[in-house]
Design a protein. Structure first.
Length: 273
């Protein structure tokens, strides 16, 4: 949805040009992510049958053009550093490239963040000169961010949600991997005998309650005072962005598309996992 509120121009932009610091800042500025020629091709891509989303329209980038996008993005040093720090590996898959178009004079999006999908990064690349940059709030790296990955303690059989760091690194998918309550920072909650007599429905209810508590605690300002959040938004990176520049960010960072000024805004959106 769209929101008329504008970011405060008295607040300085948020800056971070080092992919290795993405977990502290929540995002990284990326220079020359795409060549000028490829940006020109993307900007001229027909948007017939594009899907309507929030305050814009979007269309998948496929075929040879999509492959060219993936190849050029994969060469970004900032992106590769961010992937290494976030996921603990240099291997990555760049997926879901989309051209997003915002019409002139469109207001900004409502500020938002993903409440559980921590196993991906998202990116934005500018396809035209002089566009408004994506906006966000300073990232709270010390918060507990929710996940939707549940595992069992091998000692007592209790089921619990994995911490964000473990889930996004996909450690739970490794061979011979296991988890205990102690690794989660607390003693075993119950005996295996008690585990056997409790229903899976009860466990699911407990997990959902834990997830909801974490969401409410971590994103309280966004839920309870969205107008204040809108007024506190800052540019992610420098205010004057060039063609081919962009950002890569954690999905849990509170952010929004800025809408468009006198001219349309054209960006490439993509996910990394």
């Amino acid at each position: 949805q769209a929101m008329q509120s504008k970011p405060s121009r008295t607040l300085s932009p948020l800056r971070n040009a080092d992919g290795q610091h993405i977990l502290h800042h929540g995002f990284v500025e990326c220079s020359r992510m795409l060549s000028a020629n490829l940006c020109m091709e993307l900007a001229s891509m027909p948007l017939d049958n594009a899907s309507v989303i929030s305050n814009a329209i979007q269309k998948d980038v496929t075929g040879p053009l999509g492959r060219a996008v993936v190849e050029e993005l994969g060469a970004s040093i900032q992106l590769r550093d961010a992937v290494s720090v976030t996921f603990g590996t240099t291997l990555m898959e760049i997926c879901m490239p989309l051209v997003i178009k915002t019409e002139p004079h469109t207001p900004a999006q409502i500020a938002h963040a993903d409440d559980h999908r921590v196993r991906e990064l998202f990116g934005i690349v500018h396809l035209l000169e002089g566009q408004l940059p994506t906006e966000g709030l300073p990232y709270r790296s010390n918060c507990t961010y929710p996940t939707d990955v549940a595992v069992r303690c091998i000692e007592c059989g209790s089921q619990m949600l994995l911490p964000e760091e473990v889930a996004r690194r996909r450690e739970h998918l490794r061979i011979n991997w296991h988890w205990t309550c102690q690794r989660g920072g607390h003693a075993c909650r119950r005996t295996k005998r008690r585990r056997l007599i409790e229903s899976e429905e009860s466990e699911d209810t407990e997990l959902l309650a834990e997830f909801n508590r974490t969401v409410l605690t971590t994103f309280r300002e966004l839920i309870e005072n969205p107008l204040k959040v809108q007024e506190s938004m800052r540019c992610l990176g420098r205010p004057e962005v060039a063609v081919g520049e962009g950002i890569v960010a954690l999905p849990t960072m509170i952010h929004r598309g800025p809408g468009a000024g006198e001219k349309e805004r054209l960006v490439l959106f993509f996910s990394v996992r």
